[in-house]
Design a protein around this ligand. Structure first.
Ligand code: ADP
Ligand code: MG
Length: 721
């Protein structure tokens, strides 16, 4: 009755289902079939109503409440044709999860029968009880009431479930007094702020102002583990990561998994996820193996940040459920396996509009693309001034295992520009840019190959914030996190930087400076004041830690170091100036961040204690008894036994007992009441106590007889799929 050995047998016997793409079905046939898209609206709505909705979606004009009834009725008919019986306002509370409250379309007609109804009022606004969602002190001002409000810009969709389909309506979630209790509200506010300032710059360059949109393309990394193993690991169940576990003899040192052939079973899972994503209009594009065994990546095409963020949440939900259908568990934790590559969610971002296209496109000769250089300089200023805020936007107990370890970007936020741009900005600092390093052609030495273009700059994998040709890539976000939080910070700090630049340019031009000269002046100022954030070297090196400190860049190693960035005077001033967060909202986010840190490490600590006490300790004791019995038997036949085998198990066993006692003590001790002090205690007392237990348990794993070891091992979980 060894759970682990039984799990291995069950995995072997398991026959995964085939992918469900019907023969001859192409992605094009199903793409967006469950989305109440603009084309569906065009077909189903009266012309004037359609126009009014489009004005809101495309030009952010306020929604005309009069059209809501017409939209709601068309939406309901469409959804019911797709088998929906219920509708749900979907929102994104500060747990980082997705929340939904389902209501039936049915309304009693008064004569004992019922009618399917869906009014404009119920489409626009919902009122879920907010008391069970984190609010970080906003609670006393709003009591239990919370409101959801329809986000017209993110399309409604029908979510299929074998047990009943639901019409889902993406919404914001706010308190009774309008304070944001979610991730979408500030995202929408920050997009607005960023657009306003970007339009000022475009106006200075002679363009007709037109709303600028923030784009986001998230790359999602994840692990897949067979569910038999998952269910046999209480730590994975409780904490989403292994709290114990010995590194596998074969790790990722052979570089044989990255971009390797995708295992058949995983491909079936990927095909199924893509099918579901396509139906929901989520443009999944890239899929491949990642660095670690059992690790994979999906990257949808970039979309408007607000939509990309909703889609990203939906993607995680779908991946979880499709994985279960295929007998696997999808792990989004940033570090499910200690000593094995962790998972991130790179946030690629750019901004632009239909008239100007992507505003981060340098062209072949960036040195004479003044407009691009201005936007790029805005990024440099923004990241230099507010690196701490960027770090805090991705701060969590689980992401702490990644940031700062030698595989993910360091906790120091710097910018990688690449050779070509770094050179252009160097020239600007010296008085003016006159040339750009050229794009080359690769000489491969094979005549039959077509000429391969060579980019002017290499990629850099160690930078947390890298220019990648037509966008910046923020690599610090964790695989489990919402992309909304970092996008809110990016939009807001970009708004500040563009505001600064526009104001400078306007003043200089008003004072009689020629426009191009004014641009050169402002760019040169930015390079000299903020160039310290540009770093093209190896971010993993120890020298960088020292150099970054000399440059005055922050190195916020843990969540406890990073979160206070949210409540500095400058941060509060910044976010209130651009009307993204009020002071109360900033404080609430800070407190929720600390609370979540304490809670998630608390769960881990209690799981470690339980696992150590009820699973590892008994296994080790059984083995110790076996060894002792053997010694006694040897002695009985007159052989003087070597005591070392007994010592090998007894020593780590004693360590385990001691470690568990310390951990139990730490968990029952009176902890400080102040949230920051409690989080600090969690980091400085609980985490080390857990590490000590783990150390002993992992030693035991390499000592105790294999047939007695109760937990699926790293090699089993990572290599058997
Ligand atoms: P890599 O692994 O090379 O970083 P991937 O192909 O895995 O790149 O993912 C790149 C991501 O960047 C995709 O989500 C893609 O849609 C997104 N992306 C591409 N161009 C832009 C852009 N202009 N703005 C925002 N995101 C972009
Ligand atoms: Mg990638």
């Amino acid at each position: 009755n060894n759970v682990r050995l039984q799990a291995i047998k069950d995995v072997e016997a398991y026959v995964p289902p085939a992918a469900s793409f019907a023969l001859h079905e192409t992605p094009g046939d199903i793409f967006g079939e469950n989305v109440f898209s603009t084309s569906v609206m065009q077909r189903r709505l009266p012309k004037s109503v359609f126009k009014s909705v489009i004005a809101t979606i495309e030009r952010s004009e306020p929604l005309d409440p009069l059209v809501a009834d017409a939209v709601a009725s068309a939406m309901k008919d469409w959804a019911m044709e797709k088998g929906a019986t219920h509708y749900a306002h979907v929102f994104y509370p500060l747990t980082g999860m997705t929340a939904e409250k389902h209501d039936s379309f049915l309304e009693p007609a008064g004569d004992g029968s019922a009618l399917a109804e869906f009014s404009g009022k119920t489409l626009i606004q919902g009122e879920p009880d907010a008391s069970s969602f984190p609010n970080g002190g906003l609670r006393n001002t709003f009591e239990a009431r919370g409101y959801t409000g329809w986000d017209v810009m993110s399309p409604a969709y029908v979510l299929e479930n074998p047990n009943g389909n639901t019409l889902c309506i993406p919404t914001v979630f706010v308190s009774m007094t309008g304070e944001a209790l979610d991730h979408k509200t500030p995202l929408l506010r920050s997009e607005q702020a960023m657009s306003t300032q970007a339009e000022r710059i475009l106006t200075l360059f002679g363009h007709t102002p037109d709303r600028v949109v923030a784009y986001c393309g998230p790359e999602q990394e994840y692990f897949l583990v067979d569910r038999h193993f998952f269910l046999a690991r209480p730590d994975l169940l409780n904490a989403g990561r292994t709290l114990l576990g010995h590194k596998p003899p074969k790790g990722q040192e052979f570089d044989d998994h990255y971009f390797g052939a995708i295992p058949e079973r995983v491909l079936g899972f990927m095909m199924d996820t893509e099918r579901e994503l396509f139906k929901l209009g989520i443009p999944a594009k890239t899929r491949h193996n990642e660095v670690a065994p059992g690790q994979f990546e999906v990257a949808p095409m970039f979309e408007r940040a607000n939509v990309a963020s909703d889609h990203q949440q939906l993607l995680m939900t779908i991946f979880k459920s499709v994985a279960q259908k295929h007998g696997m568990e999808c792990l989004f934790h940033e570090k499910p396996f200690d000593g094995v590559n962790g998972s991130g969610k790179h946030v690629n971002f750019s901004f632009g509009n239909s008239a100007q296209g992507n505003l981060l496109l340098p062209g072949d000769t960036p040195h004479d693309n003044a407009q691009f250089l201005v936007f790029c300089a805005a990024v440099i200023r923004a990241v230099h001034l507010h690196g701490g805020l960027l770090r805090s936007s991705v701060a969590s107990a689980s992401n702490d295992h990644r940031l700062g370890a030698n595989e993910a970007p360091p906790a120091i936020i710097s910018i990688f520009l690449g050779d070509q741009l770094a050179d252009v900005f160097d020239q600007i600092a010296k008085g003016g840019a006159t040339r750009s390093k050229e794009k080359g052609t690769l000489l491969v030495g094979v005549d039959t190959l077509p000429p391969l273009g060579q980019d002017p700059g290499d990629r850099n994998r160690t930078s947390p914030f890298a220019f990648t040709g037509n966008r910046f890539e923020f690599r610090a976000p964790g695989s489990m996190q919402t992309v909304a939080a970092p996008m809110v910070v990016i939009n807001t700090i970009m708004a500040e930087a563009m505001d600064f630049i526009a104001t400078e340019l306007e003043a200089k031009v008003a004072a009689g400076t020629e426009f191009n000269e004014a641009v050169q002046d402002v760019l040169a100022d930015i390079v000299s004041n903020h160039g310290a954030v540009i770093f093209n070297g190896n971010g993993y090196s120890d020298e960088w830690q020292i150099e970054a400190e000399q440059r005055g860049l922050k190195n916020l190693r843990t969540t406890v170091d990073a979160l206070p960035e949210l409540i500095t005077d400058e941060a509060i001033e910044l976010f209130s100036t651009y009307k993204v967060f009020s002071k109360a909202e900033m404080h609430s986010r800070y407190e929720i961040g600390l609370e979540q840190y304490v809670n998630s490490v608390g769960v881990e600590a209690r799981s470690t204690l339980e696992l150590g006490t009820t699973v590892i300790l008994p296994a080790a004791v059984r083995y110790q008894t076996e060894v002792a019995t053997n010694l006694a038997a040897l002695k009985a036949v007159g052989v003087e036994p070597d005591l070392e085998p007994l010592e090998t198990v007894s020593a780590p066993l004693a360590e385990l007992r001691a470690g568990l006692a310390v951990l139990a003590g730490a968990l029952t001790a009176e902890t400080p009441h102040d949230p920051l002090a409690e989080a600090t205690y969690t980091r400085d007392v609980l985490l080390p106590a857990m590490a000590a237990v783990r150390g002993a348990a992992d030693t035991l794993e390499s000592v105790v007889a294999d047939d007695l070891w109760p937990l699926p091992t790293y090699q089993e979980m990572l290599y058997i799929l």
